[in-house]
Design a protein around this ligand. Structure first.
Ligand SMILES: [Zn+2]
Length: 318
């Protein structure tokens, strides 16, 4: 009897009693490490809830707790994560019938590889980040975000939904090391609209090419904000068509490609370039050209306001 009472008392005194401090750290290309302190004793079950921008719901990972804490290591060497991804996480303890949630916390997965002594400045619509001697180019890219965003907002009848980050890489190795295994080789620029992040490589082309690329990529972010709708993804040809058209606000080069291919190898059905573009030089180039030509034809025939009307319909239609 006395022993039973003692056991109950011990359980009460040493049961799970809530979360202590949460902490997180990351090393680019290796891991994101998430830790939590546990008050009292370990709960029966412990889970980590993790979400990144664009996830519709959290991913749940069971974690084995120790007596006073727990650690979850996300192996980013095996599972590539784009730098500048904001990771939102929360711990969940299940102890008997009681479910306890920790506060929600975030960690930004930064590209902290050796030798990248990042500096930053706010310019235009962006925070630009550079290292080494790239300050001049980085500042120019920042100014161009203002130009591209203003243009995109007018054309699509929308407003940028939040700030943009631009990361300027010097060497090819560092740039492709940031973009990960899926990156295509012919580009010197890439946008991740859900992360509101653009990566630029100074060796990707001439200064004028890179300026055009910057306008193109920032337009993708405005496009994403304009079409942010849980029901469907807008067509790829429209996304690339708008971004390419916005480089120069016209499409005569692309129209010439479409006219030539129409009399030669033939054109794609738009249904065929709604989700993915074909692999290969000709197919890729023609897909961009068809999207851009469609935008240019709409502007020519109905005026730029018609584009905003199309986007208002996309944003509100289920
Ligand atoms: Zn594009």
């Amino acid at each position: 009897m006395a022993m039973a009472i003692g056991a109950v008392g011990a359980d009460t005194a040493f049961g799970f009693d809530g979360f202590g401090d949460l902490s997180a750290d990351s090393t680019y290309g290796q891991e994101i490490r998430l830790e939590v302190e546990l008050e009292g004793s370990a709960p029966d079950e412990l889970e980590l809830l993790v979400r990144t921008p664009g996830d519709e719901s959290s991913n749940v990972f069971p974690v084995e707790p120790s007596a006073d804490g727990a650690t979850y290591i996300w192996n980013t060497a095996a599972n590539y994560v784009v730098p500048n991804t904001l990771v939102t996480y929360q711990w969940r303890a299940i102890d008997g019938d009681t479910v306890t949630l920790s506060e929600e916390a975030t960690i930004r997965y930064e590209d902290d590889r050796a030798g990248l002594d990042w500096q930053e400045a706010e310019l235009g619509e962006a925070t630009v980040h550079w290292y080494g001697d790239a300050e001049g180019q980085a500042r120019r890219f920042g100014e161009l975000t203002a130009q591209g965003v203003t243009r995109g907002e007018e054309l699509l009848g929308t407003e940028l939904a939040g700030p943009v980050d631009v990361f300027v890489y010097d060497s090819r190795e560092e740039f492709f090391g940031a973009l990960g295994p899926g990156a295509r080789e012919w580009t010197g620029a890439a946008a991740y609209p859900e992360l509101r992040t653009i990566f630029m490589w100074l060796g990707g082309g001439s200064p004028s090419y890179l300026e055009i690329a910057m306008l193109h990529e920032v337009t993708h972010i405005v496009f994403n904000d304009a079409t942010d709708n849980p029901f469907h993804e807008p067509a790829r040809w429209l996304n690339e068509g708008i971004a390419t058209w916005s480089e120069t606000s016209e499409g005569s080069d692309e129209r010439a490609i479409v006219a030539r291919e129409a009399g030669g190898g033939g054109l794609f059905a738009f249904e065929a370039i709604t989700e993915q573009f074909p692999i290969g030089e000709r197919g890729g180039r023609l897909s961009y050209a068809q999207g851009t030509t469609m935008v240019d034809l709409i502007v020519d025939r109905y005026g730029e306001d018609a584009i905003a009307a199309v986007f208002a319909a996309i944003a509100s239609s289920p």
